[in-house]
Design a binder for this molecule. Structure first.
Ligand code: ITT
Length: 199
């Protein structure tokens, strides 16, 4: 099946392509179709994922999937959450977001720096699909005291995987995909598609 991937984030595109490579699905980023970015006006990951997938389905006439994700930090009452991409302001880059997060946690001791990545995937068979497929994944860890690693994207350099003692930017991409919120949400999505095909 040809599916449009409704994201403008190259880090997500790379991970989706790695994760979907062994499947038969042909997933093409929305930039291939010149889809304009949707405004994320939702108040939840679910709402924003649906908004983005619907926008791409509308502009292409093809089935579309979107990922809305972010990081929730317990010491900040779950912030930045759905606002993760724009934590340090509109158009902020990853470095600025990470710096702001480390600053906000400056006085928070290691054992209280717990956090989790969340990812919701929405899939719409067509723009007016009344029952989108929705799946989600969570990845629990801690915010590091300082950034480390060159891999990944976004908050990966400050997201410590406690079992490995390394940040998400220090581990191999395959290792991240096996553990990550996105990997889990995508595995659940592929399972839902398989079940739908079987029905
Ligand atoms: P699209 O909306 O175009 O998909 P975006 O980057 O704006 O791109 P979101 O609104 O879903 O996407 O924001 C998610 C932010 O959460 C993203 O910009 C990262 O900063 C962070 N994030 C999500 N998944 C991540 C991951 O696997 N590693 C590091 N940071 C991640």
């Amino acid at each position: 099946m040809q599916i449009v991937l409704a994201t403008g984030n190259p880090g997500k595109v790379k991970e989706f392509q790695q994760l979907l490579a062994p499947t038969g699905h042909q997933v093409r980023p929305q930039s291939d179709f010149h889809v304009p970015e949707a405004e994320e006006t939702g108040l939840t990951f679910v709402e924003n994922a649906i908004i983005k997938a619907r926008n791409a389905a509308r502009h292409t006439g093809l089935p579309a999937m979107a990922d809305d994700s972010g990081i929730e930090v317990d010491a900040l009452d779950g912030a930045p959450g759905i606002y993760s991409a724009r934590y340090a302001g509109p158009g902020a880059d990853a470095r600025a977001n990470n710096q702001k997060l480390l600053e906000a946690l400056r006085d928070v001791p290691e054992d209280q720096r717990t956090a989790r990545f969340r990812c919701v995937i929405a899939f719409l068979r067509h723009a007016e699909d009344p029952s989108p497929v929705l799946t989600q994944g969570t990845w629990t860890g801690r915010i590091a005291l300082a950034p480390a690693g060159e891999g990944g994207h976004g908050y990966d350099p400050v997201f410590l995987v406690p079992e490995l003692g390394q940040t998400a930017a220090e581990i191999h991409a395959d290792e991240k995909n096996r553990r990550s919120h996105r990997g889990q949400a995508l595995a659940a999505f592929l399972e839902a598609l398989r079940r739908e095909g079987a029905e």
